[in-house]
Design a protein around this ligand. Structure first.
Ligand code: ASP
Length: 598
């Protein structure tokens, strides 16, 4: 039995009716969440994207309607006409927005039925994620997911509004394009019309947005899909969305202040929180020195302290050797953690070792004083100096890292995060923003034996460091900035190089030959010659922002159709094989791996 709409018009969403409409007539349409038969009455929880309302079918009302209601099953699609009434005292449901009222059905249309469901549409569910992704349309019917996707829409609308008000133009850039400079692997698309040649899907619109500045558009933005063929880690997707922006005639501070306004608008719209820009700023050097990482979670302390000068003359050989080689000795002090068990310490040691430490030296400050395998190697004076620097008192646990500065920072930075979670130091529901600035321009890739760009090769060096490019490249700082939220990098950008001579200098340093640069980015280099304004910009990860805003465990929760960890879509079964004919047309032949041939 499938009935036609027959001219019925919906009067409101299920989730929107409330006490204000008591006594009025409504026409609602939606899905049957649940049917309960109760003392002759039939109760239906009717659901649409705005919420759930209870509909009551009384055998005495509306000829035949009650009988029809008997046939309803989960996820049938129905239309109901009826009057809104106050629920009898004691039957209200405070969990529901509409919990004070119910709808007394007078007429019912069954618009469609539903096959038996592979799983129930429930919030608490232990159904495997691949099954839920296979039936994503059913999973998406859960109100929690609907809310996240709707909030994402509101945030996008807010971004568009804010940027439009600030003079940004929304301009589309190509999806079929050339390899871009973000340093991940490209997704390639073979060209039928240029046999043997390939497009790359954009890792970002970087080059095009710079060209838009050269073209004179002055302020650009786009909410844009980017593609990176990387091995997926927990919060990555092969395609993801950036809020991408670029501005002309600006310096870092100008970009930062416009973007603080944007982020504030977005958080006001999204979670009703008034942020107070300007956000705190840390230079890369400060961030890594105090928090060990360049994306510091500033919601808690537990900062790293340098003990090198205190143990400079130490009789403890491990420290002395490291310092003699130009390394550092640093430590953190975990308040009240002296009671950690052997197992806790083993776990922490494992973390330290996985980030490059040779082991983990620890000290427990107990009633008996220093309890530690290294206590006997340190003098009383050294111990007192360490306690003072770390602000350590009885009951605390001290953890040390000795080695190269970068390794010591990383190890303690990771231990710090682990301890933050273990000791529950992270306050719930807070949003801590920090800009990290003055990133190094170059890093040295030991495997490839060459310098690589930390951000990308179009990022401008700081003016005062340009002369160091030839002599001390690793000391050159870039006009680059990241925005970090609760320890997650949610955006990053830079002021760009806008003259061909500095661009060539940087390519030389990166070991990108003239020919190679010409081949890969020739069109940008050419464009740079024709009156390029000083410019810079930024890109934010919209998926990450939404995941943090909605306290989701995974970014998959804020993407309507995400991919699995293996970069597949269980619903559409992409990627998939294609016809031989299709392959022939694009001059592609599949070569089987040896193992598959046998
Ligand atoms: N294109 C950069 C990125 O995707 C962002 C930027 O520099 O604006 O990380």
């Amino acid at each position: 039995m499938r009935e036609k709409l027959g001219g019925w018009k919906r009067s409101s969403y299920c989730g929107e009716v409330g006490s204000a409409q008591i006594g009025s007539q409504v026409t609602l349409m939606g899905w049957v969440q649940k049917r309960r038969d109760h003392g002759g009455l039939i109760f239906i929880d009717l659901r649409d994207r705005e919420g759930i309302v209870q509909v009551v079918f009384n055998p005495e009302k509306g000829a035949g309607t009650h009988e029809k209601a008997h046939s309803l099953r989960s996820e049938f699609v129905i239309a109901v006409k009826g009057a809104i009434g106050k629920r009898p005292a004691g039957t209200e449901n405070p969990e529901l927005k509409t919990g004070a009222i119910e709808v007394y059905a007078e007429e019912l249309k069954v618009l469609n039925d539903s096959a038996p469901l592979p799983f129930m549409i429930e919030e608490e569910s232990d159904v495997a994620e691949t099954t839920r992704l296979k039936y994503r349309y059913l999973d998406l019917r859960r109100l929690s997911l609907q809310r996240k996707i709707i909030l994402r829409h509101k945030v996008s609308a807010c971004v568009r509004n804010y940027l439009a008000q600030h003079g940004f133009l929304e301009i589309e850039t190509p999806v079929l394009t050339k390899s871009t400079p973000e340093g991940a692997r490209d997704f390639l698309v073979p060209s039928r019309l240029s046999p043997g040649q390939f497009f790359a899907l954009p890792q970002s619109p970087q080059i095009f947005k710079q060209i838009l500045m050269i073209a004179g558009f002055d302020r650009y933005y786009q909410i844009v899909r980017c593609f990176r063929d990387e091995d997926l880690r927990a919060d990555r997707q092969p395609e993801f969305t950036q809020i991408d922006a670029e501005m002309s005639f600006v310096e870092s501070d100008d970009v930062i202040s416009v973007m603080e306004g944007l982020i504030s608008a977005v958080f006001k719209e999204g979670v009703g929180i008034e942020l107070q820009p300007p956000f705190p700023r840390l230079t890369y050097a400060e961030a890594t020195s105090r928090f060990g990482v360049d994306n510091p979670d500033t919601r808690f302390g537990l900062e790293l302290k340098d003990l090198s000068s205190i143990v400079a003359k130490s009789g403890f050989k491990v420290f002395a050797d490291v310092l003699a080689k130009g390394g550092v000795v640093k430590a953190i002090c975990a308040k009240g953690a002296a009671e950690f068990s052997r197992k806790d310490l083993d776990d922490l040691t494992e973390v330290a070792v996985s980030f490059g430490a040779k082991g983990l030296a620890w000290v427990k400050l107990t009633d008996e004083g220093w309890q530690s395998p290294i206590a006997k190697f340190l003098s009383d004076e050294e111990k007192a100096g360490i306690e003072k620097t770390l602000g350590a008192v009885k009951g605390d646990l001290l953890l040390f890292a000795a080695g190269k500065l970068s390794t010591a920072n990383t190890v303690l930075g990771r231990l710090r995060l682990n301890l933050g979670a273990r000791l529950r130091l992270v306050p719930a529901g807070t949003f801590n923003f920090t800009w990290v600035t003055e990133f190094p321009m170059f890093d040295y890739d030991e495997a490839e034996k060459r310098h690589v760009a930390v951000h990308h090769p179009f990022t401008a060096p700081m003016d005062e460091d340009i002369d160091l490019i030839d002599t001390a490249p690793l000391k050159v700082r870039a006009k680059a900035y990241d925005l970090v939220l609760n320890g997650v990098e949610i955006g990053g950008g830079s002021i760009r190089i806008h003259t061909s001579d500095v661009q060539s200098l940087v390519f030389d340093m990166l070991g990108i030959s003239r020919e190679d640069a010409e081949l890969r980015f020739g069109f940008l280099l050419e464009a740079l010659k024709y009156g390029t304004p000083p410019h810079g910009g930024i890109a934010f990860g919209l998926d990450r922002i939404m995941a943090i805003m909605t306290a989701s465990d995974s970014i998959r929760d804020v993407i309507a159709f995400p991919k699995t960890q293996k970069a597949t879509c269980p619903m559409s079964e992409a990627p998939s094989t294609v016809d031989m004919k299709q392959l022939e047309e694009i001059f592609i032949r599949i070569v089987k791996k040896q193992a598959e041939k046998e």
